[in-house]
Design a protein. Structure first.
Length: 567
């Protein structure tokens, strides 16, 4: 851990001049890092990994907490070269699917795919099988490594590594530059069903530089990663930083609150990547301080009160919070100054301020302290954010302020402050974030329609005191039938269609069709604002231990007081 760096933050984060000095110094370090990348002719993030492996071949690269197995940088380099050779001998497909859990094998396969200059399609291995099949079809993916997906040619990762195949002198050529996509992450964005978002080699390299510097990560550090590697936080935020710092990553297949500090202490993890929701679980689980090693945490979704409680309870020395999106055309906003409650910072002279604006519903710039949707300029005038190019236009505003300008819309409300900091307010659009996952309401509505006979269904996220983000609720107008039996049928069928985090945790039974706009869009905002407050007016149900139970006053009070586990 870069202790002098952390000390410099403590000494300079209380004044405007100090913050600007910290910002300038780190910007210079970033530029130096980029100069070295270009001097080494790096055109692929996997090439950067090879360079790091050559520098520290016997450094432990991966520890699997679930198996206690550990692997060196040399082990990972050799295995990824085997995968590269296997791909070049086996297929001319450019898109290669990867459907597997956090592990040495996942990273060996991803690196091998990128070393072969192919595009990795990262499937959520926790999605229902039929959903994986749909995403494979929509992304035109034909082969997959790891867990099989129906209709796709399947390769076992471990077996592929052990194959002794000849090195081809003229393999299929797919030229790669830093601006080419390295992998695809499926994200709901802010509207509609899941989309395949492109993530370039440049952004992966840049993320490694940015996050290793901001977290003070060095070769001596061990970073705990329990977030999935098929998503941005686990892979592009955490693992990229580990590689750039020549550090160690301790991987867990799935986050476990009961095993968290046991893992952290056993493997002496100094860093960990988070989503805010994880820390609420951890605080509820541990009333004392079992932390012996964890010093630095980084991620997003840690609000001010939770941030301060975590730092005080577990003696965390450094927190890095950010705002960003997989498909955004710019780098993430970051707050690495240990000032709680903010998701990013830009000093008043920074050119990036000309490339970002917060706007109201009429696309007018908002003032300090007012909420506005964050828009980011696309300087080149060309935007490629999704695997399906036809989806790009839905994320863009054209000629908003000047002729020919092009802005990418985040779908998120932020608030700017005169001190240069930004606060995340909420997500807009027909999605909500629960347990760090983006849930597309249209996917949940379709699953409900498939599961039961319903006249009308509206899905949205609602806020609860103990929930970071929103939790799913469905307001339904029923056809005939026993409501309680129908809801149990809904649970049984929809859990086959949806990931557990996307299940509707609350149900409201409406007696009449929902209000619509003049364009016949159902008005969700007032439903979301009401949440479960009107439980005594209309029938409400809550999901408890896999069963929808009536929401009465006693249950309502238990939920508000965080005395009951929903789910």
């Amino acid at each position: 851990m870069n202790t002098p760096f952390l000390e410099s933050i403590k000494q300079n984060n209380t004044s405007k001049e100090g913050l600007e000095s910290l910002y300038e110094n780190l910007s210079k370090k970033e530029q130096t890092c980029w100069d070295e990348i270009l001097q080494n002719n790096i055109s692929n993030w996997a090439q950067l990994f090879t360079l790091k492996a050559q520098q520290t071949p016997q450094q432990i690269a991966i520890i699997e907490s679930d198996t206690d197995n550990s692997y060196t940088y040399s082990d990972l380099e050799i295995a990824s070269e085997k995968i590269k050779n296997f791909i070049e001998n086996s297929t001319d497909e450019y898109q290669i699917g990867l459907n597997y859990h956090n592990s040495f094998l996942f990273l060996a396969c991803l690196l091998g795919i990128n070393k072969a200059n192919r595009l990795a399609i990262l499937f959520n291995n926790r999605e229902p099988l039929h959903r994986q099949e749909e995403l494979a079809n929509s992304s035109n993916t034909k082969i997959v490594f790891g867990n099989p997906i129906k209709g796709l040619q399947h390769f076992n990762i471990e077996e592929s590594i052990t194959k002794d195949l000849p090195l081809l002198t003229n393999p299929k050529n797919f030229p790669t530059s830093l601006d080419n996509p390295a992998f695809v992450i499926f994200t709901s964005g802010t509207s509609g069903p899941s989309k395949g978002a492109l993530f370039s080699h440049r952004r992966m390299v840049g993320a490694g530089i940015a996050w290793s510097l901001r977290t003070g990560m060095t070769q001596e550090d061990n970073c705990y990663i329990s977030l999935p590697l098929y998503h941005g936080n686990g892979l592009a935020v955490a693992y990229s930083a580990v590689v750039y710092a020549n550090a160690t990553a301790t991987l867990r297949v799935k986050f476990s609150v009961s095993s968290f500090f046991e893992d952290v202490n056993r493997f002496k993890c100094s860093h960990m990547v988070y989503i805010g929701e994880l820390w609420r679980y951890i605080l509820n689980r541990y009333k004392d301080n079992p932390n012996n090693h964890l010093k630095v945490i980084f991620g997003n979704g840690l609000n001010k009160s939770l941030w301060e409680d975590v730092v005080e309870q577990f003696k965390i020395e450094h927190v890095v919070e950010h705002f960003g999106a997989t498909e955004m055309p710019a780098g993430a906003l970051t707050n690495w100054f240990d000032i709680s409650g903010y998701c990013g910072y830009l000093p008043p002279y920074d050119p990036k301020l000309n490339e970002m604006v917060l706007v109201d519903d009429n696309y007018k710039s908002v003032q300090y302290g007012e909420n506005g949707e964050a828009l980011f300029l696309v300087p080149s005038g060309e935007y490629r954010g999704y695997l399906q190019a036809s989806l790009d236009e839905s994320k863009l505003y054209r000629e908003l302020f000047t002729d020919n300008d092009l802005w990418w819309k985040s779908g998120d409300l932020l608030q700017s402050h005169e001190n240069g900091f930004y606060t995340f307010i909420e997500r807009l659009g027909d999605t909500f974030r629960f347990k760090g996952e983006n849930v597309a309401c249209v996917d949940v509505e379709e699953a409900i329609r498939k599961s039961i006979d319903v006249k009308e269904v509206v899905v949205y996220g609602i806020a609860l005191p103990q929930i970071d983000g929103k939790i799913g609720m469905a307001s339904m107008v029923m056809n005939n039938g026993d409501i309680q039996c129908t809801l149990q049928e809904l649970y049984g069928k929809s859990k086959e269609e949806l990931a557990l985090y996307a299940m509707p945790h609350f149900i409201k039974i409406s007696s009449k069709l929902h209000k619509t706009t003049s364009t016949l869009k159902i008005q969700k905002k007032h439903l979301a604002d009401d949440g479960i407050k009107n439980y005594n007016i209309a029938e409400h149900f809550v999901l408890i231990n896999g069963e929808y139970k009536p929401l009465d006053q006693k249950m309502y009070n238990c939920i508000l007081n965080n005395e009951i586990q929903i789910g």
